[in-house]
Structure formats: structure tokens, C-alpha cells
Design a protein around this ligand. Structure first.
Ligand SMILES: Nc1ncnc2c1ncn2[C@@H]1O[C@H](COP(=O)(O)OP(=O)(O)OP(=O)(O)O)[C@@H](O)[C@H]1O
Length: 116
């Protein structure tokens, strides 16, 4: 019974990943991740550099998914305009932007010295 619940939770989590991957911003992050992985294979990164890249990619995508979840909840709780709804959406989007900027800097630190 416990095992069945465990696999059910996994199925729901995968459904969440599928649902989120249909969002425009998420598609952008996924395409960027594929490009970065191809660039990484082409550049022959070290194990440590791969670790940093994988953690960075997972954090950007995970954060975008949390942002999407917040958008869903806000849209459900406040279909009409409300300053708190705007604040919640904008702060969540800001969190993604902060890490997206950090991930670009991380990418430059890893790739630039190898390319120039
Ligand atoms: N219920 C609401 N009340 C107040 N402001 C809102 C509400 N819903 C969205 N907004 C604001 O309107 C702007 C656009 O939000 P919206 O969610 O439509 O697009 P978005 O943030 O660009 O996300 P996406 O295009 O990925 O769905 C944002 O500044 C957001 O905070």
C-alpha cells in the first residue's frame, strides 16, 4: 500500500513536470539547458564543471516550476486584479530572474576561459 502511494506520488510529480514544460518560459529554459549540455560536451568539461552546470540547470528549471505553481495558485485565488496577487507573481518571477542571471554568469565563468 505504501509502495503504491510512493509510485502514485512519482506519477503526479511527472505529470507536474509535463504540465510545466508546456509553459513558454519553461520551454526557453529547457532549450537553453539542451544548448548548454551540447556546448559542454563539445568543450569537454571537467567533472567538477559538469557538477556545477547540472546543479545550475536543475535550480533554474526547479525555480521556474515553483514560479509556475505560484502563478497557478494566484490565478485560482485571485482571478481579479489584486495588488497582493501582482506582488506574489512579480516576486516569484524576480526569484527566477535572479537565478537566471547568476546562471548566465556561471556559464560565462565556465565556458569563456576555454573558448578564448
Ligand atoms: N490577479 C492579478 N492581480 C494583479 N496583478 C496581476 C494578476 N495576475 C497577473 N498580474 C500581473 O500582470 C502581469 C502579467 O502577469 P501574467 O501572469 O499574465 O504574465 P507573466 O507574469 O508574464 O507570466 P506568463 O506570461 O509566464 O504567464 C504581472 O506583472 C503580474 O504580476
Amino acid at each position: 500500500m505504501r509502495m503504491r502511494n510512493f509510485f502514485r506520488s512519482f506519477r503526479f510529480a511527472f505529470e507536474g513536470i509535463l504540465l510545466a514544460s508546456k509553459e513558454r518560459n519553461m520551454r526557453f529554459h529547457l532549450v537553453s539547458a539542451v544548448i548548454v549540455v551540447i556546448a559542454g560536451l563539445w568543450t569537454r568539461l571537467s567533472a567538477l564543471e559538469w557538477l556545477v552546470l547540472i546543479i545550475t540547470i536543475a535550480l533554474v528549471i526547479g525555480l521556474e516550476m515553483v514560479n509556475t505553481a505560484i502563478e497557478y495558485v494566484v490565478d485560482m485565488a485571485s482571478p481579479d486584479f489584486h495588488p497582493m496577487a501582482k506582488a506574489a507573481k512579480d516576486v516569484a518571477a524576480g526569484a527566477v530572474l535572479v537565478f537566471a542571471i547568476a546562471s548566465v554568469i556561471i556559464g560565462l565563468i565556465i565556458f569563456l576561459p576555454k573558448w578564448i
